[in-house]
Design a protein around this ligand. Structure first.
Ligand code: HEC
Ligand code: HEC
Length: 363
């Protein structure tokens, strides 16, 4: 028995084919078709030996690395604050004041340029500075070497990790080995890049299109896997008058500038303090944006409290400065676009590794 032909099948098949074509053309347009190049996901870092990491973990928490025994790396880079400190301006060595915001250490191991002004090029080189800076840990590395050499547990730990005696270089190298473990690679955005689209909300995807596309232009600077070109730009972030007036903060600025052979300046010079190129005045390294939702307040001087504030700032085309970057336009984002950008920035947060204060010699 043959079935009678179904009425209208030819018509609906054609409709189906048309629907498929429309879907192919518009519904499944890839980022490449939209002219958007997404970065590659972060590749896991090859870690150093457990003995080195454990030693670095202890040193990171050990207040004996500071002049008066009150400061350690973990006092300003707190594990429960995504390895930043939640403050606008960093805490400082007792009796002094800091002048800049504390960046997160999460995924810092992927960077090549460290600090807001890019004055360091490796984790190990970087670590010497907080230890010896008068307004951070105010100690002295040769003295720390002597101090740790008097503690048998440290002598053994260096022997086990490096088969060598304690030295300045090995202290810095162990700190770097520990910092390499502070990564977060499972944010919805990272997982999206690895091919798991379901975790990224529609709103975050809309924000991503603005961020990487011509509408937002954010990835002109927030480029690559770290969402930073590691270059320096002047956005016209306003100076804070309270920092200009506080004598201790002024003393910190005067000291940092004098160390570079520069006279006292009425502002944070940013990259100019390192390069002494007039065109770098007021320029700061593009901050990486992983985990950014957990590291408020924002900017080198902590002058913006929320991601909403930051997005509104970019919507206006940044601040006012004679040397402001020409890459900043005034996109005047709609409230919906601003919310989408914030949702995208929030999708850059993954699991923060659980780190606790380890057992320290003398506990
Ligand atoms: C008193 C607070 C304080 C202490 C203590 C401190 N830091 Fe920091 N850290 C900061 C601030 C503030 C900055 C940014 C300073 C700048 O850019 O000029 C920073 C920057 C960094 C950076 C660069 C991150 C980036 O994105 O460029 C690393 C890495 C770092 N610190 C590691 C350490 C280590 C390791 C120790 C311990 C040896 C330490 N810090 C101790 C406050 C502190
Ligand atoms: C011209 C380069 C450039 C462009 C374009 C740009 N940024 Fe930035 N961004 C920076 C720099 C540089 C800073 C730090 C400025 C400072 O502290 O003075 C920054 C800071 C930020 C911060 C604060 C991060 C922190 O840890 O304090 C966020 C969030 C951010 N940008 C998001 C965006 C978004 C969203 C866009 C697009 C709408 C964008 N940026 C466009 C260079 C840029």
């Amino acid at each position: 028995m043959t079935l009678p032909p179904l009425k209208g099948l030819g018509y609906s098949r054609r409709l189906c084919q048309l629907g498929l074509l429309v879907l192919l053309l518009f519904g499944t347009r890839t980022w490449a078709q939209l002219g958007i190049v997404l970065p590659a996901p972060l590749a896991p870092i090859e870690l150093q030996s457990t003995a080195k990491i454990e030693l670095g973990h202890r040193l990171f928490f050990d207040r004996r690395l500071s002049g008066d025994g009150t400061m350690s790396c973990a006092v300003c880079h707190l594990p429960d604050q995504a390895f930043a400190d939640g403050r606008d301006i960093s805490g400082a060595y007792p009796t002094t004041k800091h002048w800049r915001n504390t960046p997160t250490l999460l995924n810092a191991a992927y960077l090549k340029t460290f600090f807001w002004d890019g004055r360091s090029d490796s984790l190990a080189h970087q670590a010497a500075e907080p230890i010896e800076t008068p307004f951070e840990m105010n100690s002295n590395l040769p003295y720390i070497v002597a101090k740790l050499a008097e503690i048998p547990e440290y002598r053994e730990a260096f022997e086990k990790a490096y088969s060598a005696e304690i030295s300045k270089e090995l202290i810095l190298s162990a700190l770097a080995a520990f910092e390499q473990t502070l990564t977060s690679l499972d944010s919805p955005f990272e997982r999206y890049l690895k091919g798991e689209p379901q975790l990224l909300s529609r709103q975050a995807r809309q924000g991503m299109e603005i961020f990487f596309g011509p509408r937002g232009g954010c990835s002109q600077c927030h480029a690559g896997a770290m969402l930073s070109d590691e270059q320096f730009h002047n956005l016209g972030v306003a100076e804070r008058s309270d920092l200009q007036e506080d004598w201790q903060q002024r003393a910190t600025r005067r000291f940092v500038l004098a160390e570079k052979g520069l006279p006292m300046l009425p502002r944070d010079p940013g990259r100019y303090g390192v390069s002494k190129e007039p065109s770098d005045m007021g320029s700061f390294r593009t901050p990486p944006l992983h985990q950014v939702a957990q590291t408020a307040p924002y900017m080198h001087n902590g002058s913006m409290n929320t991601l909403k504030d930051v997005v509104a700032f970019f919507s206006r085309g940044g601040g006012h400065d004679a040397q402001k970057s020409r890459q900043l336009k005034s996109p005047d984002f709609s409230p919906e676009e601003q919310a989408a950008l914030v949702a995208f920035l929030e999708s850059l947060s993954g699991t923060v590794p659980e780190v606790h204060r380890p057992h320290l010699p003398g506990d």
